[in-house]
Design a protein around this ligand. Sequence first.
Ligand code: SF4
Ligand code: SF4
Length: 226
Amino acid sequence: MEFKESMKKLKKWFPTIMKYLFFIVSLETIVLVILRCPYVIPFLACDMCPVVDCPSKYYRKPFVAFIVGYMIIFRADFCSKICPYGSLNDILYKIRRKISKKPFKLSLETKTILNFLKYLFFICAIIAIIYGNPRYYVPLHTSDLITSLKLAYLAAGNAYFARLYVIVGALLLGLLLIPRFWCRYICPLGTGIQLTKKGIRKIRKIKTVNGVKSCGDCSKCGKNDN
Ligand code: SF4
Ligand code: SF4
């Protein structure tokens, strides 16, 4: 009986345990991507990336294969149950809830502007990919990580700082005001996933309606009630 209870609890907590496990193993990569990734879109060109201290350069392919397998087997949603950067946003939100439980409400105008920005970031990411995902600074490397980070800071230009400010600004907004600010209003991958899901839902809906229409069972969809 006790064993059954423990298994039940484990089953319940398993997705959360895995989510934070993914976060812990990816922490070094997250820091390096924020501070050192030289490409406009990280993770696409890891094989030829000069940042030799980034774990993604060596583990990206097996990690992605594992994640895809995990998603298929456990039907896990990427954004809410896997993405380490989403988990970082969740952790910040939990900290914020400890400071204040009061929700911060956005006006309709602000939401519209932020939604516009979200699609702007998405389009910029697509353009960057079309143009070969350019590298916007040359990362210098030393054997010591802190010195490498300092060199990145000294060698980088406006594009590096623009990206850094967007990332840090979004994390701060997520911590102080709006939960998962990055995920909701900036992340191009999140926007891509959201659009894909919407597209699939639409196709399924059309297929279902067509399916019911052709089966002749009028009581199911009510299309031919009158
Ligand atoms: S290996 Fe390079 S391209 Fe890939 S995530 Fe790390 S820093 Fe970015
Ligand atoms: S929106 Fe982006 S950062 Fe957030 S969980 Fe999804 S993929 Fe990760």
